[in-house]
Design a protein around this ligand. Structure first.
Ligand SMILES: [Zn+2]
Length: 110
């Protein structure tokens, strides 16, 4: 993440913080909503898979900041555009690799 300035990293860290607290609030709201007696067995979760996934992404992004691998594409190893990181602070791939991955997935599903 040599391409990221300290200022950009501070900004990205605060974006991760904001994303995490928003996520935790949502999880908490869901949890409270689930306690009002409307118990639908098998549907009520403390945390949905997607929420869990997002939380994991945020935790992993922070870990990558710690070991200086943040902002580098996990597939091709190039620096991810700062604009992309600011839009998606948890991005692990550059736009090209992400597109490729989505195309492959769409292909597999079709
Ligand atoms: Zn890439």
């Amino acid at each position: 993440m040599r391409h990221l300035s300290t200022q950009q990293l501070v900004r990205l860290r605060s974006l991760l913080d904001t994303a995490e607290s928003a996520l935790r609030q949502r999880i908490q709201a869901q949890d409270l909503a689930g306690d009002d007696g409307e118990d639908t067995v098998g549907v009520r979760h403390f945390m949905s898979d997607q929420d869990l996934h997002e939380l994991l992404d945020i935790t992993n992004a922070r870990a990558r900041m710690q070991d200086n691998s943040y902002g580098v594409c996990v597939d091709c190893g190039i620096d991810i555009d700062v604009e992309r990181l600011l839009a998606y602070p948890t991005a692990k791939r550059c736009l090209d690799c992400q597109r490729l991955r989505e195309q492959r997935r769409a292909h597999l599903l079709s």
